[in-house]
Design a protein around this ligand. Sequence first.
Ligand code: NAD
Length: 258
Amino acid sequence: MLKGKSAVITGSTSGIGLAYAKALAAEGVNVMINGFGKPEEIEFERKGLEGLGVKAVYSAADMTKPAEIAEMIATAKAELGSVDILINNAGIQYVSPIEEFPDEKWDAIIAINLSSAFHACKHAVPLMKEAGWGRIVNTASAHAKVASPFKAAYVAAKHGIAGLTKTVALEVAENNITVNAICPGYVWTPLVEKQIPDTAKSRGMTEEEVKRDVLLAAQPTKKFVTVEQVASLALYLCSDGAESITGTLISMDGGWTA
Ligand code: NAD
């Protein structure tokens, strides 16, 4: 159904973004991946995507830089032929009480987790309108719906993504373009995995206790969401069956926000 289309996925050199790229490529979608990392590791993943029989290109665009985002979309159009699917996924986290929250961390999180999606949408929407079809999927979070303490910038950015998702959806509703946000709870990514041993040490807990009583305390299933599960929802949102789903925030959080 999606074969031959092209997708730009921001923040896709690891975790959820890479899973989106793999899932889309497996359906025959040409992909532009983006994000930071070791050049040889990024090249390994890019080649792996091409091994699925599609064109895969890499953009090193920094999501804090609007000009680089504009160039990323233009390069995707030039190299892949179109930008049919845009997945705004790049994101970072920082945890601190509000009175100590560093200004530069606030600015970086708002830029990467929120403003980059505005800039990417702004440049991709005209291409989608011209093509008469488009899908925009934003990786929001359970934190687009509820808050946790010490995450002022992240929660503000994710609530912002919710508003951006709804607004753009209304603007392009008659253009065969849908805009939705996926709101995962804790997802098992290398980033989360790496935190467990250190947290266990500092709290005097076993790694299992950290997973259950710290990370999954808010998640009733007591299970991590997997990157493949998040990617399968994105694939569905890109399908024709999801044509009438737009402007919505879909939870995949093991019951967290229930
Ligand atoms: P991750 O750290 O594995 O991936 C983040 C990606 O963003 C990487 O490819 C990284 O290189 C890229 N990135 C960071 N700064 C960038 C910049 N300035 N420019 C371009 N790329 C940049 O994390 P993840 O867990 O896969 O997170 C992906 C998205 O999912 C984020 O938006 C995050 O907020 C969201 N999310 C994650 C979880 C979770 O539990 N892991 C839960 C809900 C939402």
